[in-house]
Design a binder for this molecule. Structure first.
Ligand SMILES: C[S@@+](CC[C@H](N)C(=O)[O-])C[C@H]1O[C@@H](n2cnc3c(N)ncnc32)[C@H](O)[C@@H]1O
Length: 286
């Protein structure tokens, strides 16, 4: 008897195969890939769970499964990743936004007492624009400048600002850190810079190594960007303005030292939901 490949049968088979291959969220990834092929939501998949798939659909799904098993990440395969409840286009030119970064977004939002008040925000190393765009959504009267050294990544950030309806308040500028904002000051500066030590990069999982190396490489000790950002940020903040950075779980002490050496006050460490120290912020005294 030939196997009838219903939605459910296909998902069961794929989830098992992905789990055997060591993919953690095996069922979720199977669902995301199938909903991409069928152009429907994950919930809608289960509404037609006993529906047999057509040959073209099966062919397209098989091709994605093969690429996933070959080490490509789901976000690049479907060209999208959700963060902070918002959809972001992604491709090989940008880091896939991580759920961890929601800790930075939440912290930065919390530092603005009046979320409806006008303010100027700078997002350094914007990549897909996920942080800049999420903050523009949260702070309704904010104008956000996002800087990014990769022109390809900057183009994606601009596209994401349009997609999420905030292109009128989010401007992406190509350039090195603060170079595109010389002489400008902000109420809030945020950054999730590259922070992996160069020597560690070859040891990372294939999926992570498929991301742009300039999105990962934080120099010999992984801290080069914190040196540069802390040293230059004060000149770009108004009195009372805040700097908020994401960092590796084992970099908190080193990052704090850099905030303090640069003269920031109220230096505070924030833990993520997994209780890992992942975000540091501080303010410029009056
Ligand atoms: C870790 S990724 C973060 C992307 C995004 N902010 C996020 O949280 O998903 C770092 C980003 O910094 C960019 N980058 C690297 N060096 C830079 C520099 N000197 N100036 C500005 N951006 C830089 C990379 O191209 C990459 O997009």
């Amino acid at each position: 008897m030939t196997q009838v490949w219903t939605t459910l049968a296909v998902l069961d088979w794929t989830a098992k195969r992905f789990a055997e291959a060591g993919i953690g969220a095996s069922r979720l990834e199977a669902q995301v890939l199938l909903s991409h092929v069928l152009n429907c939501s994950r919930t809608q998949l289960y509404m037609g769970f006993d529906k047999p798939l057509g040959e073209a659909e099966l062919g397209a799904y098989r091709a994605l499964i093969k690429r996933r098993l070959g080490g490509e990440c789901v976000a690049y395969l479907v060209g999208e990743q959700e963060l902070w409840g918002l959809p972001f286009y992604v491709d090989k030119h940008v880091l896939v936004p991580r759920p961890d970064t929601e800790t930075l977004i939440e912290t930065a939002r919390g530092l603005r007492e009046d979320r409806a008040a006008a303010c100027r925000v700078l997002d350094l190393c914007t990549g897909s624009g996920a942080i800049a765009i999420s903050l523009a959504k949260e702070l309704a009267a904010a104008t956000v400048v996002a800087t990014e050294v990769s022109p390809e990544a900057a183009a994606i950030a601009t596209k994401n600002a349009e997609r999420n309806g905030v292109a009128d308040r989010v401007t992406v500028r190509v350039g090195d850190l603060f170079v595109p904002v010389v002489g400008e000051q902000f109420d809030l500066i945020v950054a999730n810079p590259p922070y992996i030590a160069s020597a560690v990069i070859p040891t990372l999982a294939a999926e992570v190594r498929a991301e742009p190396v300039i999105a990962l490489d934080g120099g010999p000790d992984g801290l080069v960007f914190y040196d540069r950002i802390c040293a230059a940020a004060r000149a770009h903040l108004v009195p009372g303005g805040a700097l908020v950075v994401e960092h590796g779980f084992d970099q908190a002490e080193a990052v704090r030292a850099r905030f303090e050496a640069a003269g920031f006050a109220k230096v505070t460490l924030v833990h993520d939901l997994g209780k890992n120290p992942r975000v540091t912020h501080g303010v410029v005294g009056a």
